[in-house]
Design a protein around this ligand. Structure first.
Ligand SMILES: Cc1cc2nc3c(=O)[nH]c(=O)nc-3n(C[C@H](O)[C@H](O)[C@H](O)COP(=O)(O)O)c2cc1C
Ligand code: SF4
Ligand code: SF4
Length: 267
């Protein structure tokens, strides 16, 4: 999403959040910033929370949040806005985008895991999702180019007081879970692993370590449950114990092989 956004804006520079948070304080020299991240447990992934806390946004001319989710976005726009506001600078705009889910295995109770997902991944369904993503992004880009402020809509509350109260409680529980989670996912690689080391390279925390040509998940290091190792494996060799997919790989791979995001031969 960040790459697609940058490709639609002039002079945009991509800065990985994981790199930015290595600094004690993030003071952007540029006037306009878009924070792009996935929603985890209807809240912020741990590194995004750290980013928001380290960001000195006081001198920014424009600040926008863009999130991806798989259908349950919660109220992350409001939450991020409040977090930044407490530090002196509110969001100007916020957009969320429905994307394919990238996980479920090993983190959710087994009963909640959707089996046979690949049967629902028809080319037609994927094209529809792709078209919608492109339309939503292009619409958001137009608004961003015009430096729009849509926070009134983000904060618009529907429903009665009881519903809002229950939402507030759910939000608090979700935020706590997301920002404090210590996932212990039982990953392993099967015999089709070719030893390429990609899983080690994409892991943001260093938990995946190559050992004699095979990945090892070093539980002394943290895991953000990003499913990067799992989804990037070119051989689809990574599984979660007890949640094995016997078919042709992960949902992301199946989707990426079909999604071009408006460009041919992207993947
Ligand atoms: C740990 C975890 C928690 C997630 N929680 C939610 C959620 O609460 N609501 C939702 O709609 N999607 C959720 N998702 C799905 C992701 O937000 C979605 O697939 C996103 O587009 C993933 O982007 P990424 O592949 O860049 O990480 C979750 C994914 C992970 C890995
Ligand atoms: S990415 Fe896959 S094939 Fe490559 S080392 Fe890791 S498990 Fe093996
Ligand atoms: S899910 Fe995999 S890539 Fe992501 S942090 Fe955990 S071990 Fe690393």
């Amino acid at each position: 999403m960040a790459v697609e956004l940058a490709s639609r804006l002039t002079k945009a520079r991509l800065i990985p959040i994981l790199k930015a948070i290595e600094e004690p304080k993030i003071i952007p020299d540029n006037a306009e910033v878009a924070v792009v991240f996935p929603i985890y447990i209807t809240s912020l992934p741990i590194p995004v929370r750290k980013f928001a806390e380290k960001l000195d946004a006081s001198k920014l001319k424009y600040l926008v949040g863009l999130t991806t989710h798989s259908g349950y976005p919660g109220r992350v726009g409001e939450y991020l806005d409040k977090l930044l506001k407490d530090q002196g600078r509110a969001l100007d705009a916020y957009f969320d985008f429905k994307m394919p889910g990238n996980n479920a295995t090993g983190l959710m109770p087994r009963l909640m895991f959707q089996k046979d997902w690949e049967k629902q991944l028809t080319a037609k369904a994927v094209r529809k999702l792709e078209q919608q993503m492109i339309e939503d992004l292009d619409e958001a880009v137009e608004l961003i180019r015009g430096r729009a402020n849509n926070m009134d809509q983000v904060h618009l509350h529907r429903g009665n007081m009881l519903k809002r109260m229950s939402e507030n409680i759910t939000d608090k529980v979700a935020t706590h879970s997301s920002e404090n989670m210590k996932p212990n996912i039982a990953y392993y690689a099967d015999d089709t692993c070719n030893g390429c080391g990609l899983c080690e390279r994409v892991c943001p925390t260093g938990q995946v370590e190559m050992d004699a040509g095979k990945p090892r998940w070093n539980k002394e290091k943290p895991c953000y449950a990003c499913y990067g190792c799992y989804n990037h494996c070119p051989e689809m060799a990574i599984h979660v114990k007890g949640y094995e997919q016997k078919s042709s790989g992960t949902i992301i791979q199946a989707l990426l092989s079909r999604i071009s995001f408006g460009r041919e031969n992207r993947i």
